[in-house]
Write a protein that binds this ligand. Sequence first.
Ligand code: C2O
Length: 567
Amino acid sequence: MTRPWILVIILLSLTLSIADAGIVETSFHVKSLRVNRLCKRQVITAVNGSLPGPTLKVKEGDTVVVHVFNKSPYNLTIHWHGVFQRQTPWADGPHYITQCPIMPGNSYTYKFHITGQEGTLWWHAHVRWLRATVYGALLIRPTSGHKYPFPKPFREHTILLGEWWNANPMDVEDAALAAGVAPNISEAYTINGWPGDLYSCPSKKTYKLEVVQGKTYLLRIINAALTAQFFFKIANHNMTVVAVDAAYTAPYSTDVILIAPGQTTDVLLTTDISPGSYYMAARPYLSAVGVVQVNNSTTTAILSYKNISKSSPPLLPALPALNDTPTAYTFSSNLTALTTSWIWSPVPLKVDENMFITISLGLSPCRPNQICVGPFVGQQMSASMNNHSFVLPSTTSILQAHFHEISGIYTPDFPNQPPLIFDYTNASNSFNPSLLITPKSTSIKRVKFNSTVQIVFQNTALIGVEEHPMHLHGHNFYVLAQGFGNYDAVNDPKKFNLVNPQERNTIGVPVGGWAVIRFRANNPGAWMIHCHLDVHLSWGFATTLIVENGGTPETMVPPPPADLPKC
Ligand code: C2O
């Protein structure tokens, strides 16, 4: 029996949040922009003339309305990374998954609600490599009646980590796909759009964060880079992690964080040391073994205490070695959820859909007329999940095909097991031709409304081992366990954290290892699951989860908005 006072509290907080809910309305004008970030002016695509694009600040419970005007030469969509999009699956944004792209010269209005989420998320283009320059922060503060589950920070700042090519990223992707090889590496990484002092170039500029001594700041750190996960450190300062991917964590004190593309990390920073000037720095965690060409440079910004005599140069933190897997693993496996937060809900204990998904690089035959330049004769680079390399539809979106029951767009045959069981992480299998070739298809997985899905993501050693940041749209998931080598279905479940596992929307699956996630598929729609390294995504490292309708009007995919872009 529920006690009456609990009901009263629930009702009260409901009325409060309804009374408080506002509308945040804005416009995104997406067009070409000439900017200089590293030694030369470059034409990129950007939102409202700035890189990164505008920060959206909302409160939990708000409705967000964004009018997107595509004045760029490219097809465009915007994805609200990590937003559940309950009842608004048409606003999720990945092209040909939930909508056809907004053609050049056209516009579309994204309208959605932010419910049951607080913290830091972000938005980015979800068409090819456009997201390299079309991205920005989405900050969700508690609505009145709710508070941060940590001491109120003195100020809040956003740290957006990005990646910069001295080229148009769309051309970089085109060239790589045409040749069937890995794309050219980037020239720099950036913090809030700027590479920082360590890059040699006369046009350098650095993001500077001025702080007052003796205060606590909330830093909302977002990794918007395309190819790199980062170690991030601030010289001589500790940080306390309080949230990841807009889900609160138990406070976790550390001097270094690891952040994969797609992830966000909120940290408290106390300015309690001798006033001075300190670098914050990010450098990649390079998990892949044997890759020759990498951008291993360091991007910096400056944390500067107010009223210091400006004499000494900023102090640089000692970052972990590029391949420091133990540090990476310690950070990512030690986070736990804050179960006292009002948003927390316990882990469902009964699993309805058990999936074991190999995540792999691989090869596929070159297209007719394609001039593949290697690395294997007649083959181009490919990537797959359970040996299915995902091909986007081209005539309508998966959600439209599902809603209007259009056949021939996808096949609901994505398997719960890989087609072949082998020694996944054994490096001697890396170039086994019988394991490398991945067929291309638009193969999706369908699940019943409200079913509990568990996925073991198993890395393979095909082509090489590497940490892959796996992202699920439309839901958060619990990370029950992670490890190295092949997942052991008998013994590893004994290690599951079913009490306070971290909740995320993107998990870096350990290099040459595995991760187990669990979530309740309570959000009808079509939700992409993919690797958030964009080069892998272009190679087909994805699938889509269709969550079927429940039995009530609130648990059905609503009809598409009238202005949904035509295909
Ligand atoms: Cu951050 Cu499918 O994306």
